[in-house]
Design a protein around this ligand. Structure first.
Ligand SMILES: Cc1cc2nc3c(=O)[nH]c(=O)nc-3n(C[C@H](O)[C@H](O)[C@H](O)COP(=O)(O)OP(=O)(O)OC[C@H]3O[C@@H](n4cnc5c(N)ncnc54)[C@H](O)[C@@H]3O)c2cc1C
Length: 380
C-alpha cells in the first residue's frame, strides 16, 4: 500500500497535533492580543522533544530529519503561527551548532533541546537584508579574542535570547568572503537589545534590534571556519525555507478548515453559502493548492534528508507555498464576509500572521532569483 508518511512520521504528526490543539490553540488568541512570548508553551515543545526533531539521534535528537521538522511545523502553525515560528529557531540552531560548532558550542545543545537556553540568529542589518554579503557589523581581532560592533535588525526571540549567533565581517575582503559567525552570550556586556518591534502579525516573538557595542568574544566563539560563514548561512537557509513553507502550509490549512466550517454554517438567500458555486470553487482551489504545496514541501524535505542539494527545491517550496497561503488565507477571509474583518474570528489573525512568510528567510523575489539561477545551470 502506498503511504504518504511512514508510521513514525504519522505518530509524530499526531503528537504535534494533540499538543497544538490542547495546549497552543486555547492560548493563541491571547498571545496575539497581548503580544507576549509564551515561555510555558516553548518549554512544553521542548519537553515533547520537538526541538531535536531533525537532529541526529547520537546528538540527542530524534533523527527524523527535515521531513519530521516540516510535519511537526505544519501542525503547530495550524494552531498558532507565532508559536510555530518560535519553534523553528531552536530546531535550526541545534542543527547549525551540531554541524558547524566546536565542542564548547555543541555543549549548549542539550540546554537548547530542553528549552532552557533560547537561541537566536542575527544576520539582517538595518541597511542589509536581502544583500547578506553586504553586511557591515565588524569583528576585529583583539589579542586572543574578538571585538564586535554593529547593529542587527529583526532578531526573532532577540528579547529573550541566551545564545546569539551573529554574522559579522571578520576580514578586510568585502562581499561574502570575510564573514564569520560568532556565538555570543545573550548577557554579554555591550550587547544591547532594542524595544520589541510592533509587528503586523506574529505577535509574541520578542523580535527586536540588537546593537553590539564593543562586545568581546573569545577566540573560540567563531562557529565553523573563520571567514566561511556566508556559505554556512546559505546552507542553513535551505532548511529554514522548508520550515517557513511548512509554517505557511499549516496556516493555509487552518484557514481552509475555518472557511469550510463557516461556509457550512452561514446562511444567505435561504441556504448555507457553501451551496454557492463561487464559494465552492474557492474551497476547491484551496484544497488543491494546499495538497500541491504539501507534496512540494515533502518532496524537497525528503531530497534534503537523502543528502541532495536542494537550493532550487527549497526555494520553489517556499515561493509556491507562501504565495498560495497568502492568496487562500485572503480567500478564506472573503468567505467569512464582514466577520472575516473582525478580531472575533481567527481568520483575521491568520491573515496578518501569514504575510510574514513571503518576506522572511529570503523574500519571494529572492526565491525567484535562486530558482532562475539554478534553472540556467540545469539547462547549460
Ligand atoms: C518579523 C521578522 C522576523 C525576522 N527575523 C529575523 C531573524 O531572526 N534573523 C535575521 O537575521 N533576520 C530576520 N528577519 C529579517 C528578514 O530575513 C528580512 O526582512 C528579509 O530578508 C528581507 O530583507 P529586508 O527587510 O532588508 O528587505 P530588502 O532586502 O530591503 O528588500 C526590499 C524589497 O526589495 C526586494 N529586493 C531586494 N533585493 C532584490 C533583488 N536582488 N532582486 C529583486 N528584488 C529585490 C525584496 O524582495 C523586497 O521586496 C526578520 C524579519 C521580520 C519582518
Amino acid at each position: 500500500m502506498h503511504r504518504f508518511m511512514t508510521e513514525s512520521e504519522t505518530a509524530l504528526r499526531d503528537t504535534a497535533r494533540r499538543f497544538a490543539e490542547k495546549e497552543i490553540l486555547p492560548r493563541a488568541a491571547a498571545i496575539d492580543r497581548e503580544d507576549r512570548f509564551d515561555r510555558g508553551l516553548y518549554k512544553g515543545l521542548a519537553e515533547l522533544g520537538l526541538f531535536g526533531v531533525a537532529l541526529d539521534e547520537e546528538a540527542g535528537g530524534s533523527g527524523m530529519g527535515a521531513i519530521g521538522a516540516c510535519i511537526a511545523m505544519e501542525e503547530l502553525a495550524r494552531c498558532s503561527g507565532a508559536v510555530a515560528n518560535a519553534f523553528a529557531i531552536p530546531v535550526e540552531a541545534v542543527l547549525f551548532l551540531h554541524q558547524h560548532g566546536n565542542a564548547r558550542h555543541r555543549a549548549l545543545i542539550p540546554g537548547i533541546l530542553a528549552g532552557d537556553i533560547i537561541p537566536a540568529t542575527a544576520v539582517t542589518e538595518p541597511d542589509h537584508g536581502s544583500d547578506v554579503a553586504g553586511l557591515r557589523t565588524t569583528a576585529r581581532r583583539d589579542g586572543e579574542g574578538w571585538v564586535l560592533n554593529g547593529t542587527k535588525a529583526w532578531v526573532t526571540l532577540g528579547g529573550v535570547v541566551d545564545a546569539l549567533m551573529v554574522f559579522a565581517r571578520s576580514g578586510t575582503e568585502g562581499g561574502h568572503k570575510a564573514i564569520s559567525c560568532f556565538l555570543l552570550d545573550g548577557g554579554s556586556p555591550g550587547l544591547i537589545r532594542g524595544k520589541n518591534e510592533e509587528l503586523l502579525g506574529m505577535h509574541g516573538l520578542e523580535d527586536c534590534m540588537i546593537t553590539l557595542d564593543g562586545v568581546r568574544a573569545p577566540a573560540d566563539a567563531v562557529v565553523g571556519p573563520e571567514n566561511g560563514a556566508f556559505k554556512m548561512a546559505m546552507g542553513n537557509f535551505n532548511f529554514s525555507r522548508l520550515m517557513m513553507s511548512a509554517m505557511a502550509l499549516g496556516m493555509a490549512q487552518a484557514a481552509f478548515e475555518d472557511a469550510v466550517a463557516y461556509a457550512k454554517s452561514r446562511k444567505q438567500f435561504g441556504g448555507p453559502i457553501i451551496g454557492f458555486q463561487a464559494v465552492q470553487f474557492m474551497l476547491a482551489d484551496m484544497s488543491t493548492d494546499i495538497a500541491a504545496a504539501r507534496l512540494l514541501i515533502h518532496h524537497a524535505a525528503r531530497l534534503c534528508d537523502a543528502g541532495h542539494a536542494i537550493a532550487k527545491e527549497a526555494a520553489q517550496a517556499k515561493l509556491f507555498t507562501t504565495d498560495m497561503a497568502m492568496k487562500h488565507v485572503s480567500n478564506a477571509l472573503q468567505i467569512h464576509g464582514g466577520n472575516g474583518y473582525s478580531r472575533e474570528y481567527r481568520i483575521e489573525r491568520l491573515f496578518r500572521d501569514v504575510r510574514l512568510a513571503q518576506i522572511y528567510e529570503g523574500t519571494n523575489q529572492i526565491q525567484r532569483l535562486i530558482i532562475a539561477r539554478q534553472v540556467e545551470k540545469d539547462m547549460a
